[in-house]
Write a protein that binds this ligand. Structure first.
Ligand code: 6R9
Length: 658
């Protein structure tokens, strides 16, 4: 690493953080791993042949003519092939004699639970498909899903897939406005919702937001409502129908049509930072191929014995790919949990692991850092010995959070797979393989076999080991987005214009001395301090490595002297007390000692919470608004918007020894 990247004029993004810990795969896991090291060579020798082989893990009605038709930047995979995603996720397992296998152990927040086998799922998906058809939903029509985390949500998605009606799931926490603008954009014909769901110990209503959103949107013909909480709901005759009235009386038989490999499977809106949400489009054959393969490879899934749990919301792509399509395509047994991790107590997640004998758990770093804040004595009260692989997704995992997770949840035995991907990529792209890769805390390590990801500089040239820059993908991959719904120009401009011929995800990254990849946060969040591009991730990781810090978010605020100054917002660990000027000084010095004086925060504020999306991403843009005393931008996708008021109030007293 150059001491002064600026003088060298080479480094796009400074490489400041040094981390030398490594964890080898457990020998038994490595010996019996689904994927071994040779997969990288096989894929490199014949990338399309490799994916063709993975597509054969699915059941096709008609085989494909071409593996890939590539008219940059528009890809089509397995063209000419036909299949049905719901049949692949459900019927074929029942046909193979696995009808009694549990598909989901569902756990409601109030403590109610349901066990749903593959045979149950098949009946319910067929009934729901029949109900949608009766309501006039046909192939190609869009169906909006605005639901809590209940089995009917998965069933609705599969019923849509079965009849070829793309679903569009919106987080149950989003406002009526956010729902409405998404309904407009995709012109949904029906909305499936519930009276409400349980969150933080209380019923939280959903139907009123749907009523508001559809009021002046007559293109929505029906609202199909599941009764979950028993809350009072308003009812519009003709438009509104109860699930128990319409679905329960349907036949459990439905003959599924095979759809084209490129038939739209779903649209998922990404909020972006400020602009209008983008409707990311995924299609059937390529998407299912890659989610199924990555779920099996990255988590080393043994469908006969594993109990898999993605602790995320279905309204996030992680839920689509790794609660629904990946696990079901592989015939896995999953846990699905409705509520929050602290209801009714802070050990809820670990109680669930113990109750169902979860073997593989997958969650966001923000959840892990929250558990760090609550303290290690909470997971210590539960038997977590069933766990054998742990995963992380959604943000860079700080080395300290990684080692905490490995030690306190994984009993120092489980590999951690830090999986980098996006709504747009559809499935995992960069990740360790648990039986192959020596894991490094904080690194996503290597592109998966068959994925041509790279780290490049401003000019699009690969950076050498030790260099920082941007992550890109050089070749199309099966589960890539097929475009932005209704806006091909925006698709080209957003993802394919920064570097000629390369897909640009918008994340900073570096390659370490061994050639392994570390993600460094969104490029939009990078701070320019005295001519150095400094990643938010590295400064946050340095802060989290201090024993008193659970979570940190940093942002660059304009500074008359340095261009931007680093402003940090820090949540302390449970045992660290209130903080104070002495601790703030200690933390600033700690960052300077870890990363160098250039990265020393100008200001540090101790806060009780950070602004986060429902998928756990810190919204640094809002923190920048606060740090620069600006009016706050759009807060509609925050889990809890009152957090911003609390932070803004603290601002004048923010300590700094400058
Ligand atoms: C799956 C998902 C995508 C953005 C992505 C990146 C961040 C996700 C990450 C990660 C570092 C990881 N991200 N996983 N950053 N390491 N393992 O999160 O999709 O909601 O579309 O977000 O999340 O910034 O570009 P999505």
């Amino acid at each position: 690493m150059a001491d002064t990247p600026q003088d060298q004029g080479q480094e796009t993004l400074s490489n400041l953080l040094q981390e030398s810990r490594k964890f080898s795969p457990p020998p038994e896991l490595a010996a019996d791993a689904n994927v071994k090291a040779d997969a990288y060579d096989t894929a490199a020798a014949d990338r399309l042949g490799f994916w063709e082989d993975k597509a054969r893990r699915l059941q096709w009605e008609r085989g494909w003519d071409n593996v890939l038709d590539w008219n940059p930047p528009f890809a089509q995979w397995f063209t000419g092939g036909t299949l049905n995603a719901a049949v692949n996720c459900v019927d074929r397992h029942v046909a193979a004699g696995l009808g009694d296998r549990v598909a989901y152990y569902w756990e409601g927040e109030p403590g109610d639970s349901r066990t749903i086998t593959y045979a149950d799922l098949k009946d319910m998906v067929c009934q729901t498909a029949n109900a949608l058809l009766e309501l006039g939903v046909g192939k190609g029509d869009r169906v909006a899903v605005y639901m809590p985390m209940i089995p009917e949500t998965v069933i609705t998605m599969l019923a849509c897939a079965r009849i070829g009606a793309p679903h569009m799931v919106v987080f149950g926490g989003f406002s009526a406005d956010a729902l409405g603008s998404r309904l407009d954009d995709c012109q949904a014909k029906a909305v499936v919702t519930a009276d409400g769901g349980y969150r933080r110990g209380n019923p939280s209503s959903l139907k009123p937001a749907v009523d508001e959103a559809v009021r002046n949107r007559s293109f929505v013909e029906h609202v199909l409502t599941v009764r979950r909480t028993g809350q009072e709901v308003d009812w519009t005759e003709g438009r509104d129908v109860w699930w128990h009235d319409v679905v329960d009386r349907q036949s459990t038989e439905h003959t599924a049509e095979a759809h084209d490999a490129e038939h739209p499977l779903y649209i998922m809106y990404t909020s972006g930072t400020t602009a209008k949400p983008k409707g990311i489009l995924h299609t059937t054959g390529g998407y299912l191929t890659q989610v199924a393969y990555t779920h099996w490879a990255v988590f080393d899934l043994k469908p006969e014995t594993d109990v898999f749990w993605t602790a995320a919301d279905i309204g996030w792509v992680t839920g689509h790919s790794y609660i629904v399509y990946g696990p079901l395509a592989n015939g896995a047994t999953s846990v699905m949990y409705e509520g929050t991790p602290d209801t009714p107590h802070k050990g809820r997640f670990w109680e669930i692991v113990q109750k169902y004998g979860v073997t593989i758990a997958y969650m966001a770093p923000t959840a892990i850092r929250t558990f760090m804040k609550w303290g290690e004595d909470i997971p210590a009260q539960f038997d977590l010995s069933s766990l054998r692989v742990l995963g992380s997704v959604g943000e860079p995992i700080n080395p300290e959070a990684y080692t905490w997770y490995r030690k306190n949840i994984g009993g120092d035995r489980t590999p951690i797979v830090d999986t980098w991907w996006q709504t747009e990529t559809g499935a995992i792209m960069v990740s360790p393989l648990p039986g192959v890769t020596e894991g490094k805390p904080g690194a996503a390590m290597r592109p998966l076999p068959g994925i041509a990801a790279d780290v490049v500089d401003e000019e699009g040239v690969s950076v050498p080991n030790g260099g920082g820059g941007f992550i890109v993908v050089r070749e199309p991959w099966p589960s890539m987005l097929r475009g932005i719904w209704g806006d091909p120009e925006r698709y080209k401009k957003t993802y394919w214009s920064r570097f000629e011929g390369l897909y640009f995800p918008g994340d900073g990254a570096k390659r370490d001395e061994d050639g392994d990849i570390w993600l460094l946060g969104r490029v939009d969040d990078v701070m320019l301090v005295s001519g150095h591009n400094i990643s938010t991730t590295e400064v946050e990781s340095a802060l989290v490595s201090h024993s008193n810090v659970a979570e940190a978010a940093v942002t660059g605020a304009s500074d008359p002297v340095t261009g931007q100054g680093i402003v940090a917002f820090v949540i302390l660990r449970g045992e660290a007390g209130e903080g104070g000027d002495a601790l703030v000084k200690e933390l600033r010095d700690h960052v300077a000692a870890s990363l160098g004086p250039i990265a020393k925060p100008r200001q540090i504020m101790i806060v009780p919470e950070l602004p986060k999306t429902r998928s756990g991403k810190i919204m640094r843009r809002l923190l920048r608004d606060v740090a620069e005393n600006r009016q706050l931008g759009d807060v509609s996708t925050l889990t809890d918007s009152s957090v911003m008021d609390i932070i803004a109030e603290k601002l004048p007293s923010a300590a700094s020894d400058e």
